[in-house]
Design a protein around this ligand. Structure first.
Ligand code: ADP
Ligand code: MG
Length: 394
């Protein structure tokens, strides 16, 4: 599974390098509200700049429906990146074409050029070979560096297609870090290995549960998805989130999961899906008519937290409750704190779980906070990611 990285490249001086990054940053009225993804790319860029390379950066931003959308321009990213690396970043008005050729030809060692949003061209998501070839030809690069783990599960022109038109395709440092940590879970986990899986729906995480179950010592299930398991066990779930069409599947996981799969023993139930709803904590065998389960209870939180703290490898994906509403956030907060306290290797993946960890300012106490939601799920589910498969093996 190991891939060549930019560390394996010698003599980058004066080389033009096409770097696919994930600058799909949150924007509000044209301003970047969180530049985590920009900062996550800095180790790769600094390495390349120090080696005297000439960098051409490509990224997508949002989901433009049809062609160029000014509100999804990467221009604000060029400005912020420039501040972060302490030198101006050139911005192209498109990702292919005459202007790109001219700007790329004018690059000197240590220059950085950011191409405009690759998704302004529908050919990007179609992985159109002619478009991929133009991305490379117009930027004049002979080396492809993929550092966009978050989009590596998509076979798009700039994440996969371009690899066919360069001499060398390698991973950047962010990609390398993601593969190393998430790879640990699949290949050489230290024990006890504990996985905590939550979130709204079991259907989003079936593949991950199936892939992790044989590898872990304990798999702790919380969040909305627990209710599909409860219903499968014949418990009353009232208005809780249940996926009727996944009951059979839940049953099929419960059987081999005996002894490993841990469901909540108590839960916080509410009479409405609302922060000001009436709520109380009950054993999971109890739920008033018309009520819904919105968080794990205190006893469950304590038991889950103890297992997390004692793990030598722990992976967490998906909140334990509707943590966006304070009365239903306690379970998620307890798991987050335990993750931070765990002395072993701790990995957090999934957009909402990462948001919870970040909100609590615990991110720096976690061994690895994954930048890729969907990509990390597919990777942990055992899928080969196209944006990784196209890179050269180490
Ligand atoms: P992640 O992004 O970390 O992978 P998901 O997207 O799968 O997580 O799930 C997060 C969502 O699940 C949150 O918006 C949260 O409110 C919701 N959720 C968690 N527990 C419940 C529950 N018991 N009932 C309904 N929704 C829930
Ligand atoms: Mg999510």
């Amino acid at each position: 599974m190991a891939k060549r990285t930019i560390r394996d490249l010698s003599d980058l001086k004066a080389q033009r390098v096409f770097v696919r990054v994930d600058y799909n940053v949150p924007l509000e009225n044209g301003a970047i509200t969180d530049d985590t993804r920009i900062r996550a790319s800095l180790p790769t860029l600094e390495h390349l700049l120090k080696a005297g390379a000439r960098i051409v950066l490509a990224s997508h931003l949002g989901r433009p429906k049809k062609g160029p959308a000014p509100e999804l321009s990467l221009k604000p990213v060029a400005a912020r990146l420039g501040e972060r690396i302490g030198r101006p970043v050139l911005m192209a008005g498109d990702c292919i074409g005459d202007e790109v050729r001219r700007l790329a030809d004018g690059l000197v060692d240590g220059d950085v050029l950011l191409l405009e949003n690759v998704r302004f061209h529908p050919e990007e998501e179609k992985n159109d070979p002619a478009f991929a070839e133009r991305l490379i030809k117009d930027s004049g690069a002979a080396i492809f560096v993929n550092d966009a783990f978050g989009t590596a599960h998509r076979a798009h022109a700039s994440t996969e297609g371009v690899s066919r038109f360069v001499r060398t395709s390698v991973a950047g440092f962010l990609m390398e870090k993601e593969l190393r940590y998430l790879g640990m879970a699949l290949e050489a986990p230290q024990h006890p290995f504990v996985a905590v899986i939550g979130g709204a729906k079991v259907s989003d995480k079936i593949q991950v549960i199936e892939s992790l179950l044989p590898r872990v010592d304990a798999l702790l299930i919380g969040g909305g998805m627990a209710y599909t398991f409860f219903r499968a066990q014949g418990l009353e779930t009232a208005k809780s989130l249940v996926e009727e069409d996944k009951l059979e599947l839940a049953r099929s996981l419960l059987a081999p999961g005996q002894g490993k799969l841990h469901l909540p023993v108590d839960h916080v139930v509410a009479d409405r899906f609302d922060a000001s709803a009436n709520h109380r904590t009950l054993p999971v065998s109890e739920i008033p008519d018309g009520w819904m389960g919105l968080d794990i209870g205190a006893a469950t939180a304590q038991a889950f937290a103890a297992r997390v703290r004692e793990a030598r490898l722990v992976l967490w994906n998906g909140p334990m409750g509707v943590f966006e509403m304070p009365p239903f956030a306690e379970g998620t907060l307890a798991v987050a704190r335990a993750m931070a306290e765990c002395a072993g290797t701790s990995i957090v993946g999934g957009g909402d779980s990462v948001a919870a960890i970040t909100q609590m300012r615990l991110a720096d106490q976690i061994s690895h906070v994954s930048t890729g939601g969907g990509a990390s799920l597919e990777f942990l589910g055992g899928d080969v990611l196209p944006g990784v498969a196209c890179l050269q093996d180490a």
